[in-house]
Write a protein that binds this ligand. Structure first.
Ligand SMILES: [Zn+2]
Ligand SMILES: [Zn+2]
Length: 365
């Protein structure tokens, strides 16, 4: 099959032929309908994260189940699925407690990278092992994934756009509803209005936040943020983010979401908090990056810093519910899609994301 293969940060990302082995026990083969281009793909291309190579990129996607491995229950050929890069094992102490985003098996797949949970890859090229990215590899015509990472959703939902639910939307909305449990009437700041940040904004709107301040460098993203629920916008190309926020809300906010993951934005989020506020770290920095804050201020103001991995989602519950919210008109997904392009444009699509030009590009195999 054709797939987008990454080999090294300075080598071009290109579509080549790879072999995909049949699904093993507990796995399924999915024909990819669409794959979203995410910053976590960009981290790999920049060399900021270093999973094993060569690998097939992509970790956000949707598709149709094409084959079942031995022992798979609860899925059938033809089911519409959204791919989850956390494929819960269902048996570790976190899964048993309903905290699937912390699944120890899934965490190992993410940390060591490159294989499915059994430690092997289904991908190869001319006899050489090719690795999976985050256990998914959606920039391809097909993917073999753990069945628990192929989340069955209603089949009247448009299959391409719901790919976004598998990373950006689950991450953003989940950070609000699961990680932070934002309450109605809260005052919220959101730094970064890409696919994840706009999902945070929508999550805050759904949670009943009274004030939602969107911060970004680009005016067109701020305009979209306002349409999707932001009550105030701050163009940080023209202002110091933390000062501008204080001008608007002098006491600081209850929740500040960093949807970017730069050192500067993480530190800004912490500095925007009011008494009892929580900074929620959603966007991911390069490996090894360190931020600083003043512990005395944090302690005296009773503040918290919360890490949010994949929006603390329970994939099998939250992903179908998010698709329902989209179909009910409560959640906008179409506005997050900046373009639909063939797999061959993966490199150009990553360039657009790098330049801040694209919200979400959907690659259509
Ligand atoms: Zn992602
Ligand atoms: Zn688990």
């Amino acid at each position: 099959m054709r797939a987008v293969v990454f080999t090294a940060p300075d080598a071009p990302v290109a579509v080549t032929d790879v072999e995909l082995a049949p699904p093993g026990p507990g796995e399924v083969r999915v024909k990819i309908a669409a794959a979203g281009v995410c910053h976590s793909d960009l981290h790999v291309r920049r060399g900021e994260w270093q999973p094993p190579v060569p690998l097939v990129m992509g970790h956000e996607g949707s598709g149709i189940v094409a084959a079942l491995g031995p022992g798979v229950r609860g899925l059938a050929e033809g089911d519409h699925v959204v791919l989850s890069w956390v494929a819960p094992c269902g048996q570790c102490r976190y899964c048993r407690a309903g905290r699937e985003a912390r699944c120890q098996v899934a965490a190992t797949v993410v940390a060591t990278g490159g294989t499915l949970p059994d430690g092997t890859s289904r991908l190869s090229r001319d006899g050489e092992t090719v690795y999976h990215y985050l256990g998914v590899s959606s920039f391809a015509e097909e993917a073999v994934v753990p069945a628990s990472g192929a989340i069955k959703v209603r089949d009247d939902a448009p299959l391409d756009v719901i790919a976004l639910v598998g990373c950006a939307v689950a991450t953003g909305v989940g950070a609000v509803t699961n990680t932070a449990a934002v309450e109605s009437g809260a005052q919220v700041a959101v730094i970064g209005c890409g696919g994840v940040g706009l999902s945070v904004i929508q999550g805050a709107r759904l949670a009943g936040a009274e004030r939602i301040v969107a911060l970004d460098l680009r005016s067109e993203k701020l305009a979209l943020a306002a349409r999707l629920g932001a009550t105030d916008v701050i163009d940080v190309s023209a202002a110091d983010a933390a000062q501008a926020l204080r001008d608007l809300i002098p006491d600081g906010v209850d929740y500040a979401f960093d949807a970017i993951g730069r050192i500067s934005t993480t530190e800004q989020a912490i500095s925007m908090l009011g008494l009892g506020g929580a900074a929620v770290l959603v966007g991911l920095p390069p490996t090894g990056a360190r931020a600083s804050f003043e512990p005395l201020v944090l302690a005296e103001a009773d503040q918290r810093i919360l890490g949010s991995n994949y929006g603390s989602v329970r994939p099998a519950i939250d992903i179908p519910a998010l698709v329902d919210r989209y179909m009910d008109g409560q959640l906008s997904l179409d506005e997050l899609v900046s373009s639909r392009r063939p797999l061959e444009t993966a490199s150009a699509s990553l360039d657009d994301l790098e330049a801040g030009l694209a919200l979400r590009t959907l690659l259509i195999p």
